[in-house]
Design a protein around this ligand. Structure first.
Ligand SMILES: [Zn+2]
Length: 96
């Protein structure tokens, strides 16, 4: 079982608006995420609903940014290419 699923079942995740426990509420829209070096990941994020304010929230893994199709590592690599003016992925240079 994934950690986030366990945390939801144990009411250990809080609503960012009111701090009440979040509950499972289906899934968000499936989306294709582009990773570093051409990797692709089909992501089906968990949707939750607050027990108090009834607002729903989509939980994303830490490597995915809201409203972006690129994983955070891919965005980092592309920004490094711009900063260093290099067409080569500079991950090794940025993270020695
Ligand atoms: Zn709430």
């Amino acid at each position: 079982m994934l950690l986030v699923e366990w945390q939801l079942r144990e009411s250990r995740l809080e609503c960012p608006s009111c701090s009440s426990p979040l509950a499972q509420w289906g899934h968000g829209r499936s989306r294709m995420i582009r990773g570093a070096r051409g990797a692709r990941l089909l992501l089906r994020p968990r949707r939750t609903r607050c027990s108090r304010c009834r607002i729903t929230h989509v939980l994303l893994p830490a490597v995915v940014l809201p409203r972006r199709a690129d994983a955070s590592r891919r965005l980092h690599d592309r920004l490094c290419c711009l900063v260093h003016r290099s067409p080569v992925l500079p991950s090794q240079r940025c993270f020695p």
